[in-house]
Design a protein around this ligand. Structure first.
Ligand code: PEP
Ligand code: MG
Length: 850
């Protein structure tokens, strides 16, 4: 290495050939990860020798466990990745003998890895060896050499270090800071949502920030670059920071990463609850019955409408780079406006949660790596459209090739948002699939979230795609719209003649083409029956739910976002029995302000009006819901640790702020406050005192203060609580978990963790008795309240308020109307005398079964 200026750090670093051979442009490497410079810019070498030498002095930052690649940290913070061969990671070390280990200091020309060229060449795609700079922010200019080179004798790259901010930052900070190892806790790895949280955190700092896994690293500010690392649960990663605020950045980001970046659940966080990857069925072998995967259940029939993908002409060359840059900027701005509008539409139609999908698209439009790739092509005279298409296609292809199904599914999102910008650049109108004739079953190679969101669902009763997976965002959207969707269909689905009669059975994941008339008739009759029942239930949803013998049961909604309140009212909800306020606290880097919370609670209260109660549950964090800004310590048994009100009392500032926001919103309606996970009367008293103090401070009128009954100790001592609390709401999900000592999310215990267990029913009975003795209302807001088998038992135990998910309100009201309270009481009396949940199930009359 020749350092031609060495006051503090070299201005120029020359890398010598690590092997003898012929130099090739990196763009010619038959692996898009290198050719498209996803890892970084550099050179490739077709080797004739078998001992990889250090191209410069430095230290070995890491060496891949498969022995085929390592990174050298050179002077000035420059990092050089040396990667022998293509796809050689798959050889799992066979043929490679490392001569150094991580942490070793090496001199220029020192042997690093020996490899058996013949053996490796036979098994790997290529022996081409890449020399890549993975710290592009430190590179001012890069000179690349060509032709034959001799190992250790000839240069391959000369790098003039950047004099700009990044370079100076690195200079000030000296060597990069490498964090301690973090073992990724997220059950789905670093998929789109945690990657976006990381990128947001990283953007608060000026230093260069990378995430390193093995010998690969990603720009922490780039969502797709982080996703591209394919980090899974249990993987060990490091944060590498370089620049003046590197330490602050690592100190802030490390704990967030350790705690799972605010992922709501240790389960598949961004996948729909029911999205356990379904196995793709074998091809049916019958061209009239095509096999796929159910992505959103339901049955539909109609005429085939095949959506053909039009290929747009994208001009390769553009005007001046300045003009093309401006065009790209304008197109991205227009795409942002469209995405904002789509988000607003979903929020207005009560799909606030789903609007986040387009929030993630907006996030992808912030990705510096995408723009860096596009910019480098624009600088070479390519058109903005060509450069943008190349950039998003490269990233999407990389994601699509990943074995992690969740990450691969996000490739579709990247293509969707990429095409949205591309259409702007090409001046193409937004594809209008709303022009489809009524009664069409839409069959396409691929559909995007934008397609599903803009579909006229009165005309299209069902969709099927050849591509896509059951965990993709189109699946999540289709489920929320109640749109039957089959994905992963056999490719000849696209050859179905337009207009052919179709039965789409999305429960089974199959598509029938030109079925016999009697099948079609039967399916139409089934669809009609189900629709009639739904219509009847919806038509009666606005009326109160009275049992056959005239007893009124209130049916409320559980909400996970303030924006869902209006839709809940439309569906007949007579109030909100549980507003899970976590939606305001998750997936962010700091707690929401009092103002933000007040606005959200006010919006929900206003949508409900003055008569319908709104029960706001204070933050129920901990357990499976981690918040990076709370810096909660890792716990052995998080569900038995700091959770719910315990966190509220340990962080009174958070509870006080929330209490103030609830009290302020109380002016807008019939607002109540409720504490989660109360297990001890002292907890209740302390939390209530905070609410009363804040009410006094604000000069606000006091509001009703209630508790959730989720812990057996609170149920057993309900008598004591009933004397002091204003109301109870029984959380049967947690009450079952804690009574039976069975994790509510445990896959193997799912069948046994049954809320119909007589022990749980007895506790519910005790709570109702205690509340009644003190004249306090008691509702049930856990899953049992929406379960057709649970409803008669709850009514029989004396429960008079059921709070269920908003879409279930009409059917729960219908179920109540089919019951006689007297029968329910007898049923409950017998149920609590039984010994097992199975015996209770056997007791429930057939009409009450789902
Ligand atoms: C419950 O535990 O039953 C409940 C409603 O609370 P969550 O599901 O939010 O824990
Ligand atoms: Mg609970």
């Amino acid at each position: 290495m020749n350092n031609k200026n060495s006051a503090v750090r070299p201005a120029v670093i020359t890398l010598m050939a690590p092997l003898s051979g012929i130099l090739m442009p990196i763009e010619a490497v038959p692996d898009p990860v290198f050719a498209r410079k996803v890892v970084g810019d550099g050179a490739s070498l077709d080797p004739t020798t078998q001992i990889l030498l250090a191209p410069c002095a430095g230290s070995v930052l890491n060496i891949h466990s498969a022995g085929h690649a390592l990174t050298i940290g050179a002077e000035g913070g420059l990092e050089v990745l040396l990667h022998i061969g293509i796809d050689t990671v798959q050889l799992k070390g066979a043929g490679f003998t490392p001569r150094v280990k991580a942490g070793d200091k090496v001199a220029e020309g020192q042997p690093l890895i020996e490899f058996a060229a013949d053996e490796v060449a036979k098994k790997a795609r290529s022996l081409l060896t890449q020399i890549v700079i993975t710290t592009p922010e430190l590179v001012g200019k890069m000179r690349k050499y060509g032709g034959s080179v001799l190992a250790g004798k000839d240069p391959v790259l000369t790098i003039e270090l950047a004099a700009g901010e990044a370079g100076h930052a690195a200079q000030e900070a000296g060597a990069p800071i490498v964090s301690k190892a973090v073992v990724i806790p997220n059950s789905s790895g670093l998929h789109a949502r945690p990657a976006a949280t990381l990128a947001r955190l990283a953007r608060a700092y000026r230093c260069d920030l990378r995430l390193r896994k093995g010998d690969a690293q990603a720009n922490l500010r780039s969502v797709s670059s982080v996703m591209g690392l394919d980090v899974r649960q249990g993987d060990k990663v490091f944060i590498v920071a370089c620049g003046h605020d590197a330490k602050e950045a690592v100190d802030a980001i490390l704990p967030a990463l350790e705690k799972g970046l605010g992922e709501e659940s240790a389960g598949a966080a961004s996948a729909p609850a029911s999205s356990a990857p379904a196995a793709r069925p074998a091809a049916s072998g019958n061209r009239d019955l095509l096999a796929g995967i159910s992505a959103s259940p339901g049955l539909a029939s109609g005429r085939a409408f095949i959506l053909s993908q039009t290929k747009s002409h994208v001009p390769e060359h553009g005007e001046t780079p300045e003009q093309e840059r401006r065009l790209l900027g304008e197109a991205v701005a227009a795409a942002r406006l469209q995405l904002d509008a789509l988000q607003d539409r979903l929020k207005l139609s009560g799909d606030a949660g789903k609007s986040e999908i387009f929030g993630a698209h907006l996030e992808l439009l912030e990705d510096p790596d995408l723009f860096e790739l596009a910019e480098s092509a624009i600088a070479k005279g390519k058109s903005a459209a060509f450069s943008w298409k190349e950039a998003f296609t490269a990233h999407a292809d990389r994601l699509a090739g990943m074995s992690n199904e969740l990450l691969a599914a996000r490739a579709g999102d990247l293509r969707d948002v990429g095409r949205r910008v591309l259409k702007q650049l090409l001046g193409e109108p937004d594809e209008n699939i709303s022009g489809i004739p009524a009664g069409s079953i839409l069959i396409a190679e691929e559909l995007t979230p934008s397609d599903i969101a803009s579909l006229d669902r009165t005309k299209v009763p069902g969709c099927a795609t050849v591509g896509g997976g059951p965990t993709s965002h189109i699946a999540i959207l289709a489920q929320s719209f109640g749109l039957p969707l089959v994905v992963g269909l056999e490719p000849h689905a696209l050859e179905i003649p337009a207009g052919a009669a179709i039965i789409l059975d999305a429960d089974k994941g199959v598509v029938g083409v030109n079925p016999p008339a009697k099948d079609l008739e039967e399916v139409r009759a089934r669809i009609e029956r189900a629709a009639r029942q739904k219509r009847e239930e919806a038509g009666a949803a606005g009326r109160p739910a009275l049992t056959l013998d005239g007893h009124r049961i209130e049916v409320f909604a559980n909400l996970s976002a303030a924006g869902e309140a209006a839709e809940a009212v439309k569906l007949g909800a007579e109030g909100v029995g549980l507003l899970r306020s976590e939606f305001l606290f998750l997936n962010r880097t700091e707690a929401p302000s009092e103002e933000e919370q007040t606005r959200a609670y006010q919006a929900a209260a206003a949508a409900l009006g003055k008569e319908r109660p709104l029960i706001i549950r204070t933050l129920d964090a901990g357990g499976d819901k981690q918040l990076p800004y709370l810096q909660l310590p890792k716990e052995e048994n998080p569900f038995l640790g700091e959770r719910g009100i315990r966190i509220g009392l340990a962080h009174p500032d958070i509870l006080r702020t929330q209490a103030r926001a609830v009290l302020r919103a109380a002016q807008a309606g019939k607002v109540r406050i409720m504490f989660p996970m109360i297990s001890d009367i002292e907890e209740y008293r302390a939390a209530r005192a905070i609410v009363l103090e804040e009410a006094k401070r604000l000069g606000a009128s006091p509001i009703q203060v209630g508790i959730m009954i989720e812990v057996p100790s609170a149920a057993v001592l309900a008598e004591l609580f009933a004397a002091e609390a204003d109301f109870f709401s029984i959380g049967t999900n947690d009450l079952t978990q804690y009574t039976l000592a069975m994790d509510r999310g445990h896959p193997r215990l799912a069948g046994k963790a049954d809320a119909l267990h007589p022990s749980v029913l007895r506790l519910i009975g005790m709570v109702v008795e205690a509340a009644r003795a003190h004249g306090k209302p008691v509702g049930v807001c856990g899953g049992l309240a929406g379960d057709p088998r649970g409803i008669p038992l709850l009514l029989g135990l004396g429960v008079t308020e059921l709070s269920v998910s908003a879409p279930a309100v009409p059917s729960v009201k219908a179920a109540v109307r089919g019951l006689k309270l007297e029968d329910c009481r007898l049923l409950a009396k017998r149920a609590v005398s039984l010994g097992t949940a199975a015996e209770v199930r056997a007791l429930i009359p057939a009409q009450a079964r789902a």
